[in-house]
Design a protein around this ligand. Structure first.
Ligand SMILES: [Zn+2]
Length: 332
């Protein structure tokens, strides 16, 4: 058993309380590789932002859980080396699918876990979440739960249709489970193809898809039921068209990829939404930089040659999100 406190990590408790009060949201960036980790830490240190580094089931499979845990420990030391005296870094399990996975993460040094029982019947979701909360709280680890179903594909989490969170269920759920934050479904979606073209309208000038607006009425109703309770938005990449265009220009094929407009996320960040998950955008930034690099430098084969601009592109994306979308800069 390794406590996250020994690794210099923090849980989400104080961070979320401050964010709810301050009208901003904490960035939750997924990481799988060293370059992503470095870019996240550099961006967080430069902007003086707290940050949640999250690990999905797919990341655990790709990189190995032990390596990811040591990378997070390394992230804290790296942040200090870059000049941040007291890094506010959370190591979070994204979409934990069982009590056992959550327990193993807590035992290996995670400071926060998500238990995703959103596909279960309401009562079973409560039962599972409650069990995870009981173990996590014993170790001062915070727990994110989910009510409502998001559409889209993210690693192994996939659903055909979204079901908005029912505001009438949130009080019972939060009280009975004791969870520390709640992911809700208000129309965000996983992946780079968040909406089918028939769900969108088309901008007459650019021909680009315009996605349907988020269900702010559902968010408001949830806030009313649970005043000040930390709310989480998954599937909140914006799918920047500049990166999609670069990918398509240099041999890629991502027709009609579309995300959540940043102004809607800005609006959400000002409410009780205090954690916004962004994964696809960093994948797009990385891929666009690599495709451009290979197109312009066909003779290059040293990974450092193409991963350097890829890392820089991700860092710029993270800084943009922190400063222009979430407002979590200068909070350390
Ligand atoms: Zn998610």
């Amino acid at each position: 058993m390794v406590s996250y406190k020994k690794l210099g990590l923090v849980n989400t408790k104080k961070m979320f309380a401050k964010a709810v009060k301050g009208g901003y949201a904490i960035p939750a960036f997924n990481f799988n590789t060293m370059e992503q980790m470095q870019a996240i830490v550099q961006a967080a240190v430069e902007t003086k932002s707290p940050v949640i580094m999250q690990v999905s089931k797919g990341a655990r499979k790709y990189a190995n859980p032990t390596i990811l845990r040591y990378m997070a420990e390394g992230a804290v030391q790296y942040a200090k080396e870059l000049g941040c005296k007291k890094p506010q870094i959370v190591l979070h399990l994204d979409h934990g699918d069982s009590y056992e996975t959550c327990k193993s993460c807590i035992d290996s040094g995670f400071s926060s876990v998500m238990i995703d029982g959103s596909s279960l019947p309401f009562k079973d979701n409560i039962k599972l979440t409650k069990k995870v909360v009981a173990y996590a709280h014993k170790h001062d680890v915070t727990v994110e739960a989910e009510l409502g179903v998001l559409a889209g594909v993210e690693d192994e989490v996939a659903a055909e249709e979204s079901h908005y969170t029912k505001p009438e269920e949130v009080i019972e759920f939060a009280t009975k489970t004791g969870c520390d934050s709640l992911a809700i479904s208000i129309g965000t979606s996983h992946g780079a193809y968040k909406f089918k073209p028939e769900q969108c309208t088309r901008d007459k000038k650019t021909g680009k898809l315009v996605p349907p607006p988020l269900a702010f009425d559902v968010l408001k109703a949830v806030e009313k039921k649970l005043p000040g309770f930390p709310i989480v938005l998954h599937g909140s990449s914006s799918v920047p068209q500049e990166h999609v265009d670069t990918i398509n220009k240099f041999g890629g094929k991502l027709p009609d990829a579309v995300g959540i407009p940043e102004e809607q996320l800005r609006k959400a960040a000002k409410s009780a939404v205090c954690k916004i998950n962004i994964d696809s955008d960093s994948r797009l930034a990385m891929t666009a930089a690599i495709r451009r690099h290979f197109a312009e430098n066909p003779g290059h084969f040293d990974p450092r040659q193409y991963l350097t601009p890829a890392r820089e592109a991700m860092k710029q994306l993270y800084i943009h999100k922190i400063v222009k979308v979430l407002g979590s800069n200068n909070k350390i």
